[in-house]
Write a protein that binds this ligand. Sequence first.
Ligand SMILES: Nc1ncnc2c1ncn2[C@@H]1O[C@H](COP(=O)(O)OP(=O)(O)O)[C@@H](O)[C@H]1O
Ligand SMILES: [Mg+2]
Length: 370
Amino acid sequence: MTADQFKKEFGIIGKSKEIRDLVDIAMQVAPSDISILIYGESGVGKEIFAQAIHGYSNRADKSLVSVNCGAIPEGILESELFGHKKGAFTGAIENRKGYFEVADGGTLFLDEIAEMPLTTQVKLLRVIENKEFMRIGAETVTKVDVRIIAATNKDLQYEVDAKRFREDLYFRLKAVTLSIPPLRKRKSDISELVQYFISNYTAENKIVAPKITQESLDYLREFNWPGNIRELKNTIESAIALSRNGILDLSIFKNLLKKDENDSNNKNLPVFLKRSQEELDRELLYRALFEIKKDIMELKDILLKKNEVVYPPENNSANVVQPLEQAEKEAIKIALEHTRGNKRNAAKLLKISERTLYRKIIEYGLKNES
Ligand SMILES: Nc1ncnc2c1ncn2[C@@H]1O[C@H](COP(=O)(O)OP(=O)(O)O)[C@@H](O)[C@H]1O
Ligand SMILES: [Mg+2]
């Protein structure tokens, strides 16, 4: 297979030197069983390269199993990966296969590997080295033949220095590293990607492909694409949906990308435009918190008056302050109510990771209330 055929087969677009080099490395390492690390910002194409490597390997007819280590709560990740024996812990009501066994003979794609807890990293290294592991609660080892492709947008050397990532695992993974540069560093690929996304989207939706103006293309090439190719793809698809007379003109893109432009170039101007649902939700949340705080103050007032106790004697502001833990618990409760128990959205509102939220829900015993 030539590099061009490889790109066509796996839907990889781009003629920049960066993409050509990456394709060469991918084709070269795909057939072996060596572990691979793919590094790059969100949306640069880490997963598409993982799929291409698997698809070009001798394992192509077996499964490629994708696991996002950052999205699975810490306490659960290990049993998801390695499976468990019936009765290994509360809730383990039957024997269960983990992803390693599901991927046996194939490839396991571990996305956001930097989020993997240290204890799980130990076990991962052991599987890579010995091709065996134990299901949680099991006394015998299970053998597997799995190729590992890991991905991250974090600097793993930094994570190692911060003692959040095991050095031995890092050495093992980094031997073959594919580092995918952000889209803003390979602007020559933008036009081809734009044409590709236009024809894909219009073919899928059985509509006539609109024409894009040169002005628009220039604008797209100048944009810095913080969300990389994923953002470009979404922008093109939205633009097509908004287009009239079969033309994708500059105004459409200016409107679609206004928020980002404001963020990056006009930091000093107040932005009243286009507030996202998330921002609106957050404001609602703050308001709700504020109301609660007021209620608490009033209640305290009433109680204090009833008992005719003046407390605290001097510093009145201490009355208003509630313990941080209490405030946190309240905020989580409100966020969960507001999102009707959707933890992912609630975590976004609270600006914490899903995993942290999950831990706090257990910590505060909010589980049954949500
Ligand atoms: N070189 C490329 N050519 C065509 N499409 C691409 C390319 N790189 C990424 N994409 C597309 O962009 C989107 C994001 O890519 P993905 O691999 O999920 O990024 P990441 O895993 O780095 O976040 C996907 O829809 C993917 O198909
Ligand atoms: Mg991804």
